[in-house]
Design a protein around this ligand. Structure first.
Ligand code: PDD
Length: 285
């Protein structure tokens, strides 16, 4: 089956799905994006993703060139046309096409909208979760507004590649004070030896992950001890468990950090339970 992408008002076969060379996303990374989990052909947490999109656009003063209900129709139609059962839908909005000049183009420049969707291999993802993943740590070198989900991801790309080359699946950024901010495409969590769940508070230094937000809600009902604060690399090395969260990885146990085993070197009980909880939640919305 050939894949179909939505580009500025039209559904096109992937090979013909193109944007102009002077699109500001292409030239300046002047745009934002969202990645949502698709489960049984449905969008998980559409409302939260749309709220975050609106916020990212507002922070960069890019207007949404269509109504949210119209955008929702496009997201669902792209999922349908690509027959996505379990996977992701990707949405990107840039400031549009204009002669190259750093400052904003004329206000009537129409922002570009691209939507793609694809299936992920669910059983492969479950197998990876059953083994857990390795992460490495890298120095934080991103701009101080990574709470905006901008397509400007070069440090994230380089960090992920460094992880790949080290035989790991994710890289955790570490700030100047030696504390983990987040992963290159995930939020970072640990469970301390005394059973406290720790993840960094949402300030401008991390993306407010939707998976993170949902998990916090689910945790409230379980009476677990939670601390939203930065944790150091040393604390992570000494943790009982570690895991990452994102729309595509859900809750993914971390079993090695910089080559050192986390806990007993196997996926943690809590991380595995939270993964099951998240799956259940996604089935219910
Ligand atoms: N990544 N932090 C960063 C830097 C991210 O890129 C992501 C998401 C997250 C988790 O956010 P959420 O739970 O809303 O997916 C945290 C997406 C999946 C990506 O870039 O592919």
């Amino acid at each position: 089956m050939s894949r179909i992408a939505y580009v500025n008002g039209r559904y096109r076969p992937h090979r013909d799905a193109t944007v102009h060379i002077e699109d500001r996303g292409y030239q300046f990374s002047d745009g934002v994006y969202e990645v949502c989990e698709v489960k049984d052909g449905r969008l998980v947490d559409e409302r939260r993703h749309m709220e975050r999109l609106r916020r990212s656009l507002a922070e960069l003063r890019i207007r949404l060139p269509m109504t949210l209900p119209a955008l929702s129709v496009v997201l669902h139609e792209t999922i349908r046309r690509n027959r996505v059962d379990w996977g992701i839908v990707y949405l990107q909005i840039t400031r549009g096409v204009a002669r190259r000049d750093h400052a904003f183009p004329s206000p009537d420049t129409r922002p570009s909208v691209v939507v793609t969707a694809r299936n992920h291999d669910r059983s492969a993802n479950e197998r990876i979760a059953a083994d857990g993943i390795a992460v490495i740590t890298v120095p934080e070198n991103r701009w101080p507004r990574v709470d905006i989900k901008s397509v400007s991801l070069l440090p994230n790309v380089l960090a992920k590649q460094a992880a790949r080359e080290a035989g790991a699946k994710e890289a955790w950024f570490v700030d100047a004070a030696g504390r983990v901010t987040e992963g290159s495409s995930t939020n970072a969590w640990i469970v301390t030896r005394d059973g406290k769940l720790v993840t960094r508070q949402t300030d401008h230094a991390i993306l407010r992950g939707i998976t993170r937000t949902v998990l916090l809600d689910l945790l409230k009902d379980q009476g677990l001890r939670l601390e939203e604060r930065p944790f150091s690399v040393e604390e992570a090395y000494a943790a009982r468990e570690a895991f990452v969260t994102s729309a595509s990885q859900i809750v993914m146990p971390v079993v090695r950090i910089d080559g050192r085993p986390v806990g007993n070197g196997a996926p943690g009980l809590l991380a595995s339970a939270l993964r099951r909880d998240f799956h259940k939640y996604a089935d219910s919305v």
